[in-house]
Design a protein around this ligand. Sequence first.
Ligand code: ADP
Ligand code: ADP
Length: 218
Amino acid sequence: MLKTHDLTYTYAGNGPSFRFPDLSVAPAEACLLLGPSGAGKSTWLHLLAGLLTPVAGSTVLAGTDYARLSGGALDRFRGRNIGLVLQRPYFLQALTVKENLLIARRSAGLAPDKAGALHVLEQLGIAHHADVRPGRLSVGEQQRVTIARALVNRPQLILADEPTSALDNRNAARVSDLLRQRAADLGAALVVVTHDQRLKDQFDAVVELRPSTHQENY
Ligand code: ADP
Ligand code: ADP
């Protein structure tokens, strides 16, 4: 279960300030964060990912307020509990697809699990690319590898920032379906950020950010 309370962030200098609506996302629930460009969606997702530290408020997952963690403790918590899918695929290009998944386990302090990694690649229909370097795959395939890597540690929370923005319509629909299915199978809470209103119907809960969020009128 993910729960946030009074999550607030201010960019340094004269940067904008945000106070985000409280979120509560249950295991296997899929939540969509919607809003126009500039509304603060990426900022919100980075706070949920522990990549930015809020100036106030809490982000609680499995009883731990990880907004209060830092350094190695935060890295370990994130590696074990949070799967991240960002807008564009990002990999260690010198490694194969399977090795990229195994590294994700190792950096979270988990034991290697080749069978588990292959199983996830199978679930995403890309097991035949396990020994290929990701740079040789199509963008759609690469985004599936990114999702596989986000799932491989069996996280309790999966976060995705415009995960289909680089894909054509057909691939976007497939990748979006896979993400929701696999998250539900794992019993993970899923939070997807998008500006694409068309995705609304596919989610259990929708939270809309207005463009004026940074005037703190929530
Ligand atoms: P969205 O994802 O909804 O498009 P963002 O969270 O990326 O919105 O950005 C929200 C606002 O915060 C924008 O006005 C943006 O210019 C501003 N912003 C983002 N990053 C920074 C930064 N590092 N420093 C100052 N302002 C920033
Ligand atoms: P399916 O839904 O395809 O039947 P499951 O998700 O129930 O598969 O998992 C089957 C087996 O594969 C389990 O024993 C589990 O340990 C392993 N497995 C599945 N997903 C992962 C993963 N992300 N990381 C490691 N092992 C996994």
